[in-house]
Ligand binder design. Structure first.
Ligand SMILES: Nc1ncnc2c1ncn2[C@@H]1O[C@H](COP(=O)(O)OP(=O)(O)O)[C@@H](O)[C@H]1O
Ligand SMILES: [Mg+2]
Length: 302
């Protein structure tokens, strides 16, 4: 498990880190809440010299030498699918959005907080409070009952035992697993395990749910179950960012962003950011429309 455990590598500039409470800027702007994600000119390269791999951002401009980066703004309540073929930069972007890694250059404001200035401890707090992670491989703790799994992020956040229990049970209820709270991962199906992971992700009431191929290990029935939970979470206001290469998953999103070679090449809105996601807007229509390739750029593969 990576959340809450301090995976980032960003160093503060030598100054003593401010107290925990100072990492959040609660100032409300007259224009309403800040975007959940605001990414500007984001670039990420791995390695150096001839071995440099550009994972996010474009090549230098032939005339100016200027290097473009990824710009992405996600408003509160939106449900965004990030698509792209293997190697297009999806996981790199997810790791940066999840404050699990830092960009080479560019700016990232998460729920109004400039995470570029935070040290490792502060980043782990931001991860714990602002982000609910869901991974393809569930990442549950072995031999641990569902209820304890879901309580874990609350324990990191210092929530007291009785409140922890109450909230974890409510989260399990929400994913339809109240009757499985004593079950350990090996006593649950894949779909149920992922629903426990979703409960664990949402129990802290994070600003955003960040999911990397959440249905990648699930059969089609479990996939629909998990997606319908995510749909309902979004309908109740939770911001969702899903990384996926499956059209079936992406059609649940209100917006589809497509990455090719570390750059956003398409950004298609399928439903307004406010209001219910596509599957809940017109359930009958959604159910009857066959999953089909979502329009990308001409000739672009997913
Ligand atoms: N730790 C790393 N070191 C070197 N190159 C990396 C590393 N992680 C990813 N890359 C490269 O960055 C590019 C984007 O990778 P990634 O973000 O994992 O893509 P995706 O998740 O879309 O498959 C790929 O060319 C990949 O080989
Ligand atoms: Mg990946």
């Amino acid at each position: 498990m990576r959340f809450g455990l301090g995976g980032g590598a960003h160093r503060g500039g030598g100054a003593a880190p401010p107290a925990e409470t100072e990492t959040e800027t609660e100032a409300e702007s007259p224009w309403g809440p800040p975007p959940v994600i605001e990414v500007r000119s984001l670039r990420k390269t791995y390695g150096s010299g001839d071995a440099t791999v550009r994972a996010l951002g474009g090549p230098p401009d032939e005339l100016t030498g200027e290097e473009s980066g990824v710009d992405l703004v996600v408003e509160q309540g939106d449900m965004v699918a990030v698509m792209g073929s293997s190697g297009s930069g999806k996981s790199t972007l997810m790791n940066i959005l999840g404050c699990l890694d830092v960009p080479t250059s560019g700016r990232y404001l998460l729920d109004g907080i400039d995470v570029g200035g935070l040290d490792e401890h502060q980043l782990s707090l931001v991860r714990n409070r602002k982000i609910g992670f869901v991974f393809q491989s569930f990442n549950l703790v072995p031999r641990t009952p569902a209820l304890a799994q879901v309580e874990l992020p609350l324990a990191y956040a210092g929530v007291k035992t009785s409140e922890r229990r109450r909230r974890a049970m409510a989260a399990l209820e929400l994913v339809g697993l109240a009757d499985r709270m004593d079950h350990r991962p090996n006593e649950l199906s894949g779909g149920q395990q992922q629903r426990v992971a979703v409960a664990r992700a949402l129990v802290t009431a994070p600003a955003m749910l960040l999911a990397d191929e959440p249905t990648g290990n699930l059969d089609s029935h479990s996939t629909e179950e998990v997606l319908s939970i995510v749909d309902r979470l979004n309908a109740s206001g939770r911001t969702v960012v899903l990384i996926t290469h499956e059209d079936e998953v992406a059609r649940h999103a209100k917006r589809v962003v497509r990455l090719v070679d570390g750059q956003i090449v398409a950004d298609v809105r399928q439903a307004p950011a406010e209001g219910p996601p596509p599957a809940l807007r017109d359930a009958a229509l959604f159910a009857s429309s066959a999953p089909q390739a979502i329009a990308g750029p001409a000739g672009g593969s997913r």
